[in-house]
Design a protein around this ligand. Sequence first.
Ligand code: FAD
Length: 292
Amino acid sequence: MKISEIFEKDTPTLSLEVFPPKNDEVYDKVEKATEEIARLKPDFMSVTYGAAGSTRKYTVDSAKLIQKAGVTALAHLTCVNASEESIKEQLERLKEAGIENILALRGDLPEGVEGTDDWVFKHASELIPVIRKYGDFCIGGACYPEKHPEAADMKTDIANIKKKTDAGCEFLTTQMFFDNNIFYNYLYRLREAGVTVPVVAGIMPVTNAKQMERILKLSQAFIPRRYVALLDRFGSEPEKMKQAAIAYATDQILDLLCNGIEHIHIYTMNRPEVAAKIQENLSEIIPSCRRG
Ligand code: FAD
């Protein structure tokens, strides 16, 4: 099923992200986590694409597994260092596997690379027409409530998001954020700039202090004092921190729903128990979270 059709139903949705195996050694472990998460029957599941296509085959395998479990899959696809031919090949694999949804991304610049001058595709907005050329996919893209780190300012970044939706991006998923007010302000600015597609709020339950350090390095997200306090109090006790992170994420989601945000995406980090707990907390509120 296309994600655009899922969003047409007038009910809140909760979707879950997994990452595919990085190599054969972890294949079984990752496959097991993916299957367990798929058993939770979320509205859809997304599968990431390793830096510069490093998990190309595994992304297709994981997406197949998800669809086999009866859950709609969204396969990520990046265009850094890619040719039109390599994109076409990946799209053919996805089509063969019955995948109808693609998250079109540029991807991160490989270490030591400054610019994109030598690349065929410099931005996700240039990848989207190629995806459209080779198949009838529902296409999504990424957006950044705290601005993409390379963008000079928010106005420019939002103008570039508009180019993405003008190119055919049908929905946007946000980078993780921990302060809903940042998201509300961003959404207002997107709408003001004429970006009208559904925006899916990306929520990450951060369950340990080390993970938070990594996230800060990658996304430069603002961490509210309340989250810092949780990390101070429980950061060195994994089970307590996990419970606190799930409670924080649930609280964030409830506030989003109360403010009219209908679509929530959880960055699960392949932890079925975290995804299951959040679903349980929302079982009377989001239809796909109801068990039985
Ligand atoms: P773009 O939309 O191309 O934007 C990148 C920068 O270029 C921005 O600063 C933007 O303002 C600017 N820009 C955009 N379009 C134009 C234009 N037409 N002209 C001039 N400037 C422009 N990475 C992975 O490797 N694999 C994944 O699976 C993955 N999944 C992700 C999922 C989500 C929901 C998010 C938020 C990010 C994900 N990423 C993933 C990370 C992403 O690849 C990086 O953030 C990357 O740096 C930017 O990708 P993008 O598609 O947003 O790029």
